[in-house]
Design a protein around this ligand. Structure first.
Ligand code: ZN
Length: 588
């Protein structure tokens, strides 16, 4: 009997109501009754998101007759037995302008498969055809995705057209997000491999050529890092090209990695215009581009065993996110430097900022980055006003651990090896054949062994202290070994309340009270609205700074706040401005 692949047909049919219509045809459903599920989360973003909340009017039919369905869990449905073929139809509400969900209006459509495509239990390894239909009453839209067209299908999509695409299995189906519309597009090749950059959103005078030129250098440098001889781009195992899909908004920032593409959010002012030299925000954007591209190797193919395969119905715990996010965060800015798109002084400024950020939080002495990795689902992804006091980021501290390891390896091997050699070993052993060879991930607690194998250097003590333990990476000792001097300076000369504030409608709200600081000792709390200092009105945070600047450390000030609706007064002894800013420079 000829095997018929699963067929998903998606129509963006209601732009004003932001709804997709999806029809799923299953030729050979489970005769005992087909189960259908939707992922509870999307790989790369470690939070239960319950995409099933946006599914509407789900119904099933077999040979024209309705098939009963019932909900069996938050993300699962059970169909009554039938002898196939089974056709399932539903609507998906798509009004989430993020890299994780689905978004559709008259200007464009974007979606991740995890939020729109039901998984057919028992057939997740079967090929999936995807028929993309154009929206009604709109002309000129094109399709941008790394998902390959179904070349042998009679209705195969032509270049960037609507029509039929093909995923080898469900895991691939939900790993190629799709953008439809009329975006601005740039193209380039890196070591012969096609790359495409797609910008959605109103963005006049965008300097596409400059972005393509800089991104090309970053991609070429990363390919050469992992494949110094063949220079083969990693995504050619799954796609014909790599696609950067960027949604441009007023203040967006973020990205989500996929095997042959990435979805990004960027702030309009961070992108270069034809009329002006770009500012530091452009380096931030290039850092994000570099970060997500590095994930093409590190986490999309080199993976923890806990993600091989993913269990999409529940949280997947690993203590290794410091490798996948921390190492990636180390290499993102470093590759900007190595590819020449930023200067050494820019790199030191960016690195100094990360060191300052990590050192500002007392949480770094309470939680290890291995524990932070494990608890990503409940702590890093569910941050609140006390998070800086309670948790550490496996991104930022993880990047400092990567930097520390890189220096320790270079020192321990007299310059013969570096962290690059560790990345290449991980790539050759776990990554290169991940999608073509069965896909095995890195076991928990095996990094010490793998680093020793790649470089001959024993980092067991370093891992025990700085990864499984809460000790700071000794950068004041390590950086000078690489010719970099480190100094700490106060961010300003103003005596401190030791709070993080937020400006809300012209008022100063306390976002975080730093543990052990002046405000903590004086009784101030997060969410307090500061209205006066020594009887003088506080409006914006800048007005608070002006009042505090008239004092010196050790002075007592009377701080009036609204806590809920109640006026309260606290006496706070101002602290000396902390030496909280790390400045790096090339020694000598
Ligand atoms: Zn990342």
């Amino acid at each position: 009997m000829k095997k018929e692949p699963l067929l998903y047909s998606l129509s963006p049919f209601d732009p004003a109501g932001h709804r997709f219509k999806v029809q799923l045809s299953i030729q050979r459903p489970d005769p005992k009754g087909q189960e259908l599920t939707l992922p509870a989360w999307i790989p790369g973003s470690y939070l239960i998101r319950d995409f099933s909340r946006q599914v509407q009017t789900l119904r099933a039919a077999c040979k024209g007759k309705a098939v009963a369905m019932r909900k069996t869990g938050n993300h699962s449905w059970q169909c009554a037995p039938c002898q196939g073929p089974l056709v399932v139809e539903y609507l998906v509400y798509a009004w989430d302008l993020s890299v994780r969900g689905a978004h559709f209006d008259e200007s464009h459509a974007f979606f991740n498969g995890a939020s729109v495509f039901l998984s057919v239990t028992g057939q997740t390894h079967e090929p999936c055809l995807v028929r993309l239909n154009p929206p009604p009453h709109v002309r000129g839209w094109k399709v941008y995705t790394s998902l390959p067209a179904a070349h042998n299908h009679p209705e195969a999509a032509r270049h960037h057209g609507f029509g039929v695409y093909l995923a080898p299995d469900y895991d691939a189906l939900i790993d190629h997000p799709i953008e439809m519309g009329t975006p601005q597009v740039a193209r380039f090749k890196a070591h012969g491999a096609e790359h495409e950059m797609v910008f959605t959103g109103v963005l006049p005078n965008l300097d596409l050529e400059r972005i393509a030129r800089d991104t090309q250098k970053i991609c070429a440098a990363q390919i050469a890092l992992f494949e110094p001889i063949s220079k083969k781009a990693p995504f050619l195992d799954s796609a014909e090209r790599y696609v950067f899909m960027t949604m441009v908004t007023g203040d967006g920032y973020g990205g989500l990695e996929h095997r042959a593409s990435t979805a990004l959010m960027a702030a309009r002012q961070d992108l270069p215009s034809l009329d002006a030299e770009p500012g530091e925000g452009y380096q931030t954007f290039l850092g994000l581009v570099s970060h997500e591209y590095f994930h093409t190797w590190n986490v999309k193919r080199i993976k923890p065993a806990a993600f091989s395969p993913y269990d999409l119905s529940r949280e997947n715990h690993t203590r290794l996110l410091w490798v996948f996010e921390g190492f990636t965060s180390y290499y993102d800015d470093l590759m900007l430097l190595r590819s020449g798109v930023i200067k050494p002084d820019d790199y030191l400024r960016m690195l100094g900022k990360v060191i300052s950020t990590v050192h500002r939080s007392a949480g770094r002495h309470k939680q290890s980055i291995a524990d932070s990795s494990f608890d990503a689902w409940t702590r890093y992804y569910k941050q609140d006003e006390n998070s800086p006091n309670a948790i550490v980021s496996y991104y930022t501290k993880g990047s400092l651990v990567a930097l520390g390891l890189d220096i320790v390896i270079r020192q321990g091997s007299q310059g013969a090896y570096s962290l690059d050699d560790v990345m290449r070993l991980l790539w050759e052993r776990y990554g290169r054949d991940f999608y073509t060879g069965g896909g095995k991930g890195i076991a928990e607690r095996s990094m010490t062994r793998l680093i020793r194998e790649a470089t001959g250097v024993d980092v067991a003590d370093f891992i025990a202290r700085h990864v499984d333990g809460c000790e700071d990476v000794p950068l004041a000792r390590l950086l000078p070994l690489q010719g970099i001097a480190m100094a700490w300076k106060p961010a300003s000369g103003i005596p401190a309340l030791d709070v993080r504030t937020r400006s809300v409608n012209g008022e100063t709200h306390i976002a975080t009270v730093y543990e052990g600081g002046a405000a903590h000792a004086g009784g101030l709390s997060a969410a307090d609205v500061i209205v006066a200092v020594d009887g003088l009105r506080v409006a914006e945070p800048a007005s608070l700074d002006k009042l505090l600047a008239r004092h010196k450390a050790g002075d007592k000030v009377l701080v009036h706040v609204f806590r809920r609706d109640e006026l309260r007064a606290f006496t706070v002894t101002l602290a000396a401005p902390a030496a909280s800013e790390c400045r790096l420079s090339y020694a000598g």
